[in-house]
Ligand binder design. Sequence first.
Ligand code: HPA
Length: 234
Amino acid sequence: MNTPHINAPDGAIASIVLMPGDPLRAKYIADTFLEDVIQFNEVRNMFGFTGTYHGRRISVMGSGMGMPSIGIYSYELYKFFGVETIVRIGSCGSYSPDLKLYDTVLVEEAFSESTYAKVQSSEPSNVLKSSIVLNTKLQAIAEDLDIKLHSGRIHSSDVFYRENPDFKAIFEDHGCIGVEMESFALFNNAKVLGKQAACLLTVSDSLVTHEETTAEERQSAFTNMMKIALELAE
Ligand code: HPA
């Protein structure tokens, strides 16, 4: 099956796909955690891989950054490749003093000023939910692995570099504990197409304390989030 952005042999993509933003992180996950790996996509270097995790099948593919990018890839995976479940595994900035660097967040809802959902499907709401069924499974897995999960509403922003980075209104008025750039579009596509979506995030920077992580520190903290999501393999 070929779509404008994904060339993959029929049946090459598992029904569950994990999506980090960075295609090289998808490759890292495949190289580090999966066995019997095949690469199914290289269009635009947006690498996708399928393999097994503890004998169970799962795919991992980059989403790119921002809602237009994850919007395209998640729509094609759901609609044309038979994918039932997508779990974004990404990074976020913290808006809340309670959310520290390297904490893992399970996203229950995404708030956005983006017009993505309105344009895509006349969706009137600016808050969209992830799958409760998936979230319940992810919570149980995290408990088994002894990894603490924070949960709450995230801000899906179209803008990384804001001239006025005053996040307090979004934290206080909309109850968003942190910021990333993709979940709202993913949750919209799952809703429209009758599929499942969830999102796990690792805190990579704090807008409260202005601390930032290094690439090496990020890598090991991100491993927690990956191990939780990989347990969903079927
Ligand atoms: N803003 C938007 N997206 C992000 C951030 C941020 O500060 N950190 C990680 N993803």
